[in-house]
Ligand binder design. Sequence first.
Ligand code: ZN
Length: 252
Amino acid sequence: MIGTCALCQKTADLQNSHLIPKWAYRRACEVDPGDAKAPVYVAGGNAVLSNKQTTRHLLCSDCEQRFSNRENYVAGLTELDNGQIKLFRNITRLDTPKKVLASLNNELDGDQIAYFAASVMWRGCVMTGGCKLGLYEPRFRQYLLGTSGFPPEAAISVGLFDQSPNADARGWVSEPASTKTNIGWLHGFLLAGLAFRCWVGKAIPGEWQHVSLASPNPTKYVSIIKPEECADFLAAVEIVGSAQPRGKLAKP
Ligand SMILES: [Zn+2]
């Protein structure tokens, strides 16, 4: 389909781009202990046990490649390794009071994760409007194109779900969603055992930018989260609980 690429804005043969990479859905099916054939899918207040995958003719093949390079990188980091994702091997847990902070051993991991997370949030903005980047959309677009740095008014982070006897958060996939808070907008999504968050706004505390994956600081930090302590996760559970079940979930 010929059209304007949403990223580089050139006229091109547009690829059928996925909002959330395909492999993330496949992973979710693999880890589901209930042997479900499809992941629980959370978006817009609907809980659906399905393989619904949002796609749109969005990008030219060069831009599609740009995104898929980072998707493949993150796919590698989230492969299963002894019941945990491989990324756990690349972090050093820090001696903080609650032991919830770790540093990345490889700076490149931080860059690739930040780009990947920003690309999914941007797609959520231009494909469905579910992620509300507002006036910052062009800034994210330029960062993703490589024509400017990460927006300075934004702080991006990733949390790794720790193993928990109560819940296996690796089976969760959510499309990016946004919440307005008193210090700015919070955008986030979950996949493959990771929780991505991005704060955007002029009032975001400077320390948050300092620990952002996109900061110039060579040490990159990640958080370790118990699924039951993760607000995103709980919000997702709540949505599932209150949403109208459809498809397979609707059956008794
Ligand atoms: Zn393009």
